[in-house]
Design a protein around this ligand. Structure first.
Ligand code: GLN
Length: 456
């Protein structure tokens, strides 16, 4: 714990932590030490971790990297972090992220962007760790914690993991409780870890997961021993290669790494088959209707009354002025854009044309996967992202769609509720990491992680 606290202190330039909690960390480490000495050491006992600023931690600033939650210190603990503390984990602090988890490069954070420890060969341009869990990925990659909680609504665990050469798993929707996680799009949001290795991911996910009556979408299923599932034996598994994921403009390096990944699985005894997920091309537009729709509903609670920021009012201002000024000041540009988009697609005149239609397409996307798994496919192998991380300031920020396109390989799983893991695949020509993604059957995270282990 001391070593990680020192490392975190020395690496402030990465802007990975939004809040550090050294005193709690030392107390928790001492308590973990006592448990170990007493012979009661659960899986995460004494493991120093970082927590994405999206998780409510009792008494610790929790802002989802937004100004609208300035000063908010929850009086309650999220179920996932509570589970981790019960398992003996040690909290080093809160980690940077895109505001309300909306974004793919951490630039929408009220704290400014987190920075990746990676650099291109011969080039000092700061590189994005991805988003929205950019702080989690940067911190793990730079050894500022041993593992980090993250969350994934449309790729926010898997994309930052791919960008930083780390492992990130989004479990099946309902595997982890969403209680106490700041909501973005409730039918898509899932908790998961970012770690250095597949084994660490199995251990940490096991500690985070579990049924919780406080989240009505949490699944009442036992949590299997994910670590025990890592047998290293994948003989007889069938791995699907989806042809729709071979998109235009994909780099040769990524294509090669994808092919090499398939060969590694074949060498380990798996059968590789070509498959088709025909509705893949509709996943992005569907996601960018459903996610903002749910966000506009979820974010209506930030009104300057219940918690967080309230604007200073002028003489004669009424309650509507208070809402308007508070929200204009408290929300960043991207969050405002999503709220407006969401309100638009949910409005009486457009509800059927956009929202209802998107829900129907969502069902078709889910069915694509069900058919593939029904045909005997155990897991699907694809790239995690279409490109490697970009330099800070290189992504055109006046064209938000440019950034949305980066989520093309990750959003289909969230729409279908499926588990997905990103594992490091290798480096591109400039020396930046690329990730491969394995998509699994619902509730089969153990099997999925076992297959992912064959890619390490
Ligand atoms: N990049 C996607 C978005 O901006 C996904 C974010 C996430 O998974 N939280 O919506």
């Amino acid at each position: 714990t001391d070593a990680y606290l020192t490392a975190a202190e020395a690496s402030d330039a990465l802007n990975a932590y939004t809040t550090k909690t050294p005193e709690q960390a030392r107390d928790m480490a001492a308590a973990a030490d006592a448990r170990i000495k007493a012979g009661d050491a659960p899986a995460m006992c004494g493991i120093p971790i970082g927590v994405k600023d999206l998780y409510a931690v009792e008494g610790v600033a929790t802002q989802a990297a937004s100004n609208i939650l300035a000063g908010f210190k929850p009086q309650y603990e999220s179920t996932v972090t509570g589970n981790l503390w019960s398992s003996g984990a040690v909290m080093l602090g809160k980690l940077n992220m895109d505001e309300f988890a909306m974004g793919s490069s951490n630039i929408t954070s009220a704290y400014g962007p987190a920075i990746s420890p990676w650099r291109r060969a011969g080039d000092e341009t700061p590189i994005t760790p991805g988003g929205s869990s950019g702080g989690s990925a940067a911190a793990v990659a730079a050894d500022l914690c041993l593992g980090a909680t993250a969350s994934d609504t449309g790729g926010s665990i898997r994309q930052p993991a791919a960008f930083t050469g780390t492992v990130g798993i989004k479990p099946t929707y309902g595997r982890c409780s969403r209680w106490g996680m700041v909501a973005f799009a409730s039918s898509l949001d899932q908790a998961g870890p970012v770690t250095k290795t597949v084994r660490d991911a199995a251990i940490m996910l096991g500690a985070m997961a579990g049924y919780d009556p406080k989240d009505s979408t949490s699944a009442n299923l036992p949590v299997p021993d994910f670590e025990a599932a890592l047998t290293g034996d994948i003989r007889g598994k069938t791995i699907g290669i989806p042809r729709e994921y071979r998109v235009e403009g994909m780099s040769e390096t990524l294509d090669t790494l994808w092919r090499e990944g398939a060969e590694m699985l074949r060498d380990a005894g798996a059968t590789i088959v070509d498959i088709s997920l025909p509705h893949t091309k509709y996943a992005l537009p569907t996601y960018y209707i459903i996610a903002p729709a749910e966000a506009s509903s979820n974010l209506s609670r930030y009104d300057g009354v219940k918690y967080g920021h309230r604007a200073t009012l002028a003489q004669g201002d009424g309650i509507t002025d208070m809402y308007e000024k508070t929200r204009a000041e408290g929300f960043g540009e991207e969050v405002q854009r999503r709220v407006m988009l969401g309100a638009y697609v949910l409005s009486a005149g457009f509800y059927d044309a956009y929202y209802v239609r998107a829900q129907k397409v969502r069902t078709l996307i889910k069915r694509d996967f069900e058919l593939a798994f029904g045909d005997g496919v155990d897991a699907i192998l694809a790239p995690a992202t279409p490109s490697a991380a970009w330099g800070l300031g290189e992504m055109q920020t006046d064209d938000p769609v440019q950034m949305y396109l980066e989520d093309v390989f990750t959003v289909p799983l969230n729409l279908a509720g499926l588990p997905g893991v990103s594992v490091p695949a290798g480096l591109n020509r400039q020396g930046l990491p690329l990730g491969l993604q394995l998509i699994g059957r619902p509730w089969e995270e153990g099997d999925l992680l076992n297959i992912a282990g064959a890619l390490e």
